[in-house]
Write a protein that binds this ligand. Structure first.
Ligand SMILES: C[S@@+](CC[C@H](N)C(=O)[O-])C[C@H]1O[C@@H](n2cnc3c(N)ncnc32)[C@H](O)[C@@H]1O
Length: 372
């Protein structure tokens, strides 16, 4: 397990809980056949090329961790000894500063801060103004798994979502909704409650054939084992991705003018503003952007309200979504991300639970179906 050509890395691709199967499918698209799904991640073996490609091309993941060491220890003396045996030179170039994130469960060494201290004293110091290199340490029943983060900034932080409206979705979750709805990037898409535009912008990025990690940098590029030639060939692949044909209508609408402006500014930064129609209007004004074309998808994340019971305003909003959808988008696919499945029956009864997610400590479901 090192960075040499042809060797494989023992990897955990971390993702929001509920998106694991979608990540495994995306990995299969990169030629990774054998994967094991865990809660909040997908374990697999990746070559260096696949590791680089995973960071650039996976749309639903949070970060890609490479296992650096595993051991069982029950005392700080043993921990220090095992840390002294690890060859950190594969990941630290003398400049990078280690940042250690520790979680312990049912272990003799349960004091996370004290474990962090031992790691910090064993790791190369780096330069005070050097970039951070994250290490993720998980200890369960005294078994320590030490992983080095190959991503850097979380992968859902694509760099364009600087303007935020209320309750924005992670970009990776928006990408997951598009995949789980089986939206075809050559067909239209409407998000009538777009907020900061995350769903529509992820859709436009997909329709343009852009890689989600286009233009950003990654921690693995600073590893002493980094292979510039392999990275150059992955980068060439990014450039050669052919956009799906056609320019489908993608609509980002919201009744809040500030949200629409935020969505527009985000889309401009993402380089896809020319692919999106921005509309400042309430859901009751919903229209079919391609009345003479084939069916597309309405995919949206309506307001959820409080945790207890929904008020009449929210019931009316969900019912209006169902009514105008049936009226103007007959035959279109529907995907709504909700926290209250009873409330979702106002949109349409009999929707399918396509995803079950945990978002910000709250359970959420993607319900899918068809207007008509
Ligand atoms: C949960 S937020 C959407 C967040 C969005 N997915 C994002 O990533 O930023 C819900 C949005 O629905 C909008 N909204 C609420 N009622 C609406 C209505 N009747 N018509 C249109 N938009 C509405 C709100 O202004 C808010 O921006």
């Amino acid at each position: 397990m090192n960075g040499s050509r042809g060797a494989t890395h023992d990897v955990l691709v971390v993702c929001p809980p509920g998106l694991e199967q979608l990540v495994a499918t995306e990995l299969a698209g990169l030629g990774v056949r054998r994967t094991r799904i865990e809660k909040g991640g997908v374990a697999c073996q990746l070559t260096s090329r696949q590791l680089y490609a995973a960071n650039v091309f996976l749309s639903c993941s949070t970060r890609v961790l490479v296992r650096a060491a595993t051991f069982t220890v029950r005392s700080f003396a043993d921990l220090q000894r095992r840390l002294g045996e690890v060859d950190w030179s594969e990941w630290f170039d003398g400049m990078s500063r280690p940042r250690v994130r520790v979680t312990t469960r049912r272990s003799m060494l349960w004091h996370d801060a004290a474990v962090v201290e031992r790691f910090e004293s064993a790791l190369p110091k780096g330069s005070t103004d050097g970039p951070e290199q994250l290490l993720v340490v998980m200890a369960v029943k005294d078994r320590f798994v030490v992983s080095v983060d190959s991503s850097g900034a979380a992968l859902h932080q694509r760099g364009w979502r600087l303007d935020q409206a209320k309750a924005p979705l992670r970009e990776s979750v928006a990408a997951g909704l598009l995949s789980a709805c089986r939206w075809d990037p050559s067909t239209p898409l409407v998000d009538p409650m777009c907020g900061s535009g995350t769903i529509a912008i992820e859709a436009a990025i997909r329709a343009a054939g852009h890689a989600p990690g286009l233009g950003r940098d990654f921690s693995f590029q600073r590893w002493p084992t980094f292979q510039p030639g392999t990275w150059a060939s992955v980068s060439a692949e990014i450039d050669s991705v052919v956009a799906p044909t056609g320019h489908p209508a993608i609509v980002a609408a919201d009744r809040d003018a500030g949200a629409v402006e935020a969505a527009r500014a985000n889309a401009e930064r993402a380089g896809v503003a020319d692919r999106i129609q921005f509309v400042n209007a309430p859901i009751s004004a919903l229209e079919n952007p391609e009345p003479d074309g084939g069916p597309g998808h309405l995919i949206t994340n309506p307001p959820w309200g409080g945790r207890v019971s929904a008020g009449d305003d929210l019931r009316n909003l969900y019912a209006t979504l169902g009514r105008v959808g049936n009226e103007h988008l007959a035959g279109w696919g529907l995907g709504i991300l909700v926290a209250d499945r009873d409330l979702a029956r106002q949109v349409r009864p009999g929707l399918t639970e396509s995803l079950q997610l945990e978002l910000g400590g709250r359970q959420a479901w993607l319900l899918t179906g068809r207007f008509g």
